[in-house]
Design a protein around this ligand. Structure first.
Ligand SMILES: CC[C@@H](C(=O)O)C(=O)SCCNC(=O)CCNC(=O)[C@H](O)C(C)(C)COP(=O)(O)OP(=O)(O)OC[C@H]1O[C@@H](n2cnc3c(N)ncnc32)[C@H](O)[C@@H]1OP(=O)(O)O
Ligand SMILES: [Co+2]
Length: 142
């Protein structure tokens, strides 16, 4: 297993609209999605598209959200995870486990915000960085 493209960087924030405004006004990043509520994933998101990837702005939906504790510790928000594409998510999960990594939750891939299966690797395995692996979206890259 070898990681592929960087798909997105996840940024936790208490307010996705305010964060999107900052990227537009400070950096000129003017291609952003509307806010999307994902109750199953416990987050609201706005995708800010830049030429080679996306910034995934994520706001918690309630106290059960996976980013609730992170925002308690970092109330103004901060960089939360990096997401890399892999050609086969199940093969990637199995390879990561063989290499001693801890896959979060049950380890079963589930559908993420981009409509393809994802898993998360514990930050302790990558020097304190939470890593998301996502199945490469079909037909997206030339
Ligand atoms: C938008 C949808 C989707 C997509 O399709 O792209 C997403 O990206 S959703 C993103 C949010 N979802 C997730 O993060 C799912 C996986 N996350 C988890 O399972 C947990 O959040 C966690 C990473 C295991 C953390 O658990 P939690 O209960 O929230 O906090 P703890 O305080 O118990 O943390 C344990 C340990 O990990 C450190 N930590 C927590 N979050 C991060 C982080 N983002 N980056 C780096 N390190 C993190 C935390 O500080 C603790 O460390 P120690 O104190 O040293 O034990
Ligand atoms: Co993500």
């Amino acid at each position: 297993m070898k990681i592929g493209r960087l798909n997105h960087v996840g940024v936790a924030t208490p307010d996705v609209e305010a964060a999107a405004r900052t990227y537009r006004e400070l950096y000129g990043a003017d291609e952003a999605s509307d806010p999307i509520e994902l109750p199953k994933l416990g987050v609201r998101v706005i995708f800010v598209r830049i030429p080679n990837m996306q910034i995934e702005l994520i706001e918690p939906l309630g106290a059960a959200s996976p980013i609730h504790k992170f925002l308690e510790k970092n109330p103004k928000g901060g960089q939360h995870h990096m997401c890399f594409e892999v050609p086969d998510i199940v093969a990637a999960r199995d390879a990561m486990r063989e290499r001693g990594a801890t896959i979060l939750g049950t380890g079963e891939p589930y559908t993420g915000a981009h409509g393809v299966p994802v898993i998360f690797v514990h930050p302790k395995n990558t020097g304190g960085v939470l890593v998301e692996l996502m199945q490469e979206p079909e037909g997206e890259h030339a």
